[in-house]
Design a protein. Structure first.
Length: 206
């Protein structure tokens, strides 16, 4: 959480950096790092609560209307102030064309290789000739969870950030580490140490 707060504050472009939480412990950490805190109901803090509900609650408690907001999830600690600055300025430069921006990274594999497997364990959904998939003439990307930008009114109406009115902000592999598991955390710790040691050049993949 501290990394995300610092990225927001150090970007120098926000009027307010706000942390929404139901935890007094996290609230104290957020204040220590310079963020404002909104204490939210425990009903909005379980794993099955959609992001929209949390954002809608936070936005409804801000008196002065915002043209747009930026969501920086704490599970993306390698996203830094420069990424935030670049994403916001990219969004502002295309403001009349787009209502949203989502950070992305190159996908580890082509989408054609990703299919479900039912309880029978068969590869029936993979009934495709994959021998030629590397010859595609375009690169595929996936959201990395690091940066989301939305025009407030349009987001509250649509309830998500995606679609033809959404702009992509491309990030590299290392900066896109998204922590969902203990394995992800271990990878993030290694990447942070390598970055501090100057091991990675800008834009270099892991």
């Amino acid at each position: 959480m501290a990394y995300s707060i610092e990225a927001g504050i150090q970007s120098g472009i926000f009027d307010r950096v706000i942390v929404s939480t139901d935890s007094e412990e996290y609230a104290d950490i957020a204040r220590d790092y310079g963020a404002e805190v909104q204490m939210r109901s425990g009903l909005l803090s379980s794993d099955d609560v959609p992001t929209f509900s949390v954002i809608a609650d936070a936005v409804s408690r801000i008196r002065n209307p915002m043209d747009f907001f930026v969501l920086l999830q704490p599970t993306s600690p390698l996203r830094n102030a420069n990424h935030v600055w670049e994403a916001v300025h990219l969004f502002e430069s295309r403001y009349l064309q787009y209502d949203f921006l989502v950070s992305v990274r190159k996908s580890e594999c082509a989408g054609v290789l990703v299919r479900p497997i039912d309880e029978d364990g068969s590869l029936k959904y993979f009934d495709t000739d994959f021998s030629d998939y590397r010859r595609q003439k375009y690169e595929e990307y996936r959201p990395n969870g690091a940066i989301f930008i939305g025009k407030t009114e349009q987001y509250l109406a649509k309830k998500h950030f995606f679609g033809e009115k959404s702009l992509a902000y491309k990030m590299d592999e290392m900066d896109s580490v998204d922590i969902d598991t203990e394995w992800d955390l271990a990878i993030a710790e290694v990447c942070m140490q390598k970055r501090m040691d100057g091991y990675f050049e800008k834009g270099q993949d892991i």
